[in-house]
Design a protein around this ligand. Sequence first.
Ligand code: PGA
Length: 255
Amino acid sequence: MQGSESMRKKWIGGNWKMNGNRSSIQSLINDLTKGVTQNNDVDVVVFPPSIYVDKVSESINETAIKLGAQNASEYEKGAYTGEISVAMLKDCAVTYVLVGHSERRHIFHETDEIIREKFHQIKQHDMIPVLCVGETLCDYEAGNTNAVLKAQLEPILSEDASLLNGIVIAYEPVWAIGTGKTATPEYAEAVHSYIRSLVAAQNSHIASGLTIVYGGSVNATNAASLFSMPNIDGGLVGGASLDANQFLEIIKCIN
Ligand code: PGA
């Protein structure tokens, strides 16, 4: 299923994960703000480590770059030592929040239930969840990709498909994250098309407008062929987003 490709906004995110320091992040932002120009067809979002979110927020104010957070608490506020609430992120002008990233699922054992609660927190504060889904190598090799994705999307889809209106879904096969092994454009396209069809079964209008991006070892060499696919609306970039030149090259591939 192709969907109304033309009505969908393109989207590129740079997930910096737990990398950088005050000085390297400032120079990355300086280089990006010089290179990212206003383009109404593409949203460019950076996801700094949370301790630097406020600093990055000030540096990108009045630029074309938007701000995201890598994580947020599933709780509203209160006695949750060490946690950061969605409201706090909103206070720092964050627009997007990653939820369900494979590193959160697998290293920090976040369950579908926790992910669902975080997703609701983000929506309740009128922010945009970037809902990450993807199969492990084991599931990929066993041919279970579609079943895994269905199970990851089900808790939200079965509740109310309209919750997906305006969000971003990132398909990130776990075997491709940080490994240098990218999914082929054809494989990723088939999975994106499947995800869109799952949403379409509940609400075809939301499905055709849904931004679905690919993540997993995206770089300046493979981005153009991935982004040329009709159901791939952009990318979530980890390692390559730490290098301003490479990230800017990837952004060019979407245009
Ligand atoms: P990667 O990470 O580009 O380094 O594979 C992608 C991600 O985890 O979002």
